[in-house]
Design a protein around this ligand. Structure first.
Ligand code: SF4
Length: 342
């Protein structure tokens, strides 16, 4: 069974009816200190994990965020959730800038923003039973107590396709897919509005991936959730996202509606990623674009366009001038000197 054929129809939502973004980032930047080199160690090294990212995520939509390992997408997800502090720039949730909030207000807001991890094996405490794992957030935020709390945990387990028998069991007693369901129930326990799904199916078999994706889509419709879906796999993102953003070495290089980006990719990096997606449809097959070299280190990204050392279309200006992310008529934004937004 191909992954694509196993999916239910994609989530539909309406940006037009909800014009104000639920999540907004402006000039968001994160640098990590990475030690020092040179005489007397006076030259400090800095990893530029995320640089000047502007993103809007609308209520009820899924924004797919795609990039290779080390592109900064997980760091961006954690910045948006307020789990790490930005070096510069702003994150707004429901119009409120996270950096301006008191600790009490931030704690309240955090409840509305949750994270589902990639690895269902390491993200659950092996010494905690399922009722404690799922009930932890309910306890911390004092949402329910006693029998009501237990009933709520059972309800959450049922929402994710598990039953009450799971309550007293430990994570190692479950399969990978079941553990991811427990991780999703844990995130839902505090009644969030927005969830960062950080490669939520990457560690699972293809048939299980489809089940989890379908579950996430059902929950989104049922609970009116907004997702940032982080993945390195364009196959997965195609079937869950309304819009897709492509990230390369800390920068967003292209963003557009899903159909637009799959039919009319502009940035050479997006084209290369798309050419690597297997398809069984003969008319959609294209020759795979093999990029030379490796993804550059965010310690020392190339000048100009960061993609230029690997880009088959690079011209002189690409080596010195960084192309801005510019938006075209249909909301399709591209950062490229040679293939601008349509
Ligand atoms: Fe390639 Fe130049 Fe476009 Fe960068 S700006 S993606 S190097 S053509």
């Amino acid at each position: 069974m191909s992954l694509a054929s196993a999916y239910s129809s994609p989530v539909e939502d309406s940006k037009a009816s909800t014009p104000a973004p639920l999540v907004r980032t402006r000039r968001l930047r994160k640098e990590f200190a990475a030690g020092a080199v040179g005489l007397l160690k006076r030259t400090r090294l800095t990893v530029k994990a995320v640089e000047d990212v502007d993103l809007d995520i609308y209520p009820g939509e899924t924004l797919g965020l795609v990039g290779e390992s080390g592109s900064g997408k997980s760091t961006l997800g954690r910045l948006i959730l307020g789990l790490i502090r930005p070096s510069a720039g702003e994150v707004f949730f429901d119009g409120q800038e996270l950096g301006q909030l008191s600790r009490r207000r931030m704690r309240h807001l955090r409840r509305q923003m949750q994270l589902v991890f990639q690895d269902p094996y390491s993200s659950l405490n092996p010494r905690m039973r399922v009722h404690s794992i799922v009930g932890e957030g309910i306890e911390i935020h004092k949402l329910k107590r006693g029998a009501e709390k237990r009933a709520r945990i059972v309800e959450l387990l049922q929402m994710v396709g598990l039953d009450a028998q799971a309550l007293g069991r430990y994570p190692h007693e479950f399969s990978g897919g079941q553990r991811q369901r427990i991780g999703i129930a844990r995130a839902l326990a505090v009644e969030p509005r927005f969830i960062v799904l950080d490669e939520p199916v990457s560690a699972l078999d293809v048939s299980i991936q489809a089940q989890i994706i379908n579950l996430l889509q059902d929950l989104q419709l049922r609970l009116n959730l907004t997702y940032l879906f982080i993945a390195h796999d364009l196959r997965v993102v195609e079937h869950v996202s309304r819009r897709v953003a492509i990230m390369y070495v800390g920068k967003i290089v292209e963003i557009a509606d899903r159909d637009e980006i799959y039919r009319n990719p502009r940035h050479p990096y997006t084209r290369a990623l798309l050419s690597a997606v297997p398809t069984i449809k003969a008319d959609e097959r294209s020759e795979r674009i093999r990029l030379p070299g490796e993804v550059p280190s965010p310690l020392n990204p190339p000048p100009g366009c960061r993609f230029h050392p690997r880009c088959p279309y690079a011209i002189d200006i690409c080596k010195t001038v960084e192309p801005p992310l510019e938006t075209g008529g249909a909301g399709h934004a591209v950062a490229c000197h040679v293939f601008p937004a349509p």
